[in-house]
Design a binder for this molecule. Structure first.
Ligand code: GAR
Length: 201
């Protein structure tokens, strides 16, 4: 059975949907730990509530990027992690970790990538940009993580309408409901071998 690590920065509603789908047996996996760069994130609370190791992991505890990267690799190894799920994780994953876990790191993004991805495009900023661009639809994307930010092969993508007069918060809520459905589905596909990272040049 695969062991997942879930990385979060904020509220952790996607983490909750992953926990629920693992607990119900729909996703045949276990969660080895939940990591957050934010010591007071709600995600860590959610993990503790379900007796999942909740780890505050931050660059401030390491003398530099190399030590930080090595410590993250060690943590993943100690918990025998097979798959990393980024669920509202607002930090860059170090390059060595991406290389070590090629095809085994998933991310969820609150828009229809490749649109509205890249630098500065996270959380509510994404929805504000979608509304400012007068898009008629938005959505959510689960993709494999590569060293190019928000650019890996898509596993699952689903649209939602942008309604007239929508605020960024209203659109975020509509997109989040879709995220909670497609992230477990994407993890299930990867865990069961139905989706895998295509060979990149
Ligand atoms: C989600 O909408 C997720 O797609 C987004 O942050 C939110 C986290 O919500 N991620 C990004 O913007 C990453 N670029 P949650 O903490 O309630 O799961």
């Amino acid at each position: 059975m695969a062991t997942l690590a879930v990385f979060c920065s904020g509220g952790g509603s996607n983490l909750q949907s992953i926990i629920d789908n693992v607990s119900s047996g729909r996703i045949p996996a276990r969660i080895g730990f939940v990591l957050s760069n934010n010591s007071v994130s709600r995600a860590l609370e959610r993990a503790r509530k379900h007796a999942i190791p909740a780890i505050h992991f931050s660059g401030i505890h390491y003398p530099g990027p190399a030590a930080y990267e090595q410590a993250m690799l060690k943590l993943l190894e100690e918990h025998a992690i097979d798959i990393i799920c980024l669920a509202g994780y607002m930090k860059l994953v170090p390059a060595q970790v991406i290389r070590r876990y090629q095809g085994k790191i998933l991310n969820i993004h609150p828009a229809l990538l490749p649109k509205f991805g890249g630098k500065g495009m996270y959380g509510i900023h994404v929805h504000a940009a979608v509304i400012a661009a007068k898009e008629k639809e938005s959505g959510a994307t689960v993709h494999f993580v590569t060293e190019q930010y928000d650019d890996g092969p898509v596993i699952v993508q689903q649209c939602v309408p942008v309604l007239p007069g929508d605020t960024a918060e209203q659109l975020a809520e509509r997109v989040l409901a879709v995220e909670h459905a497609i992230y477990p589905e994407a993890i299930l596909r990867v865990v069961s071998g139905k989706a895998s990272m295509p060979k990149l040049n």
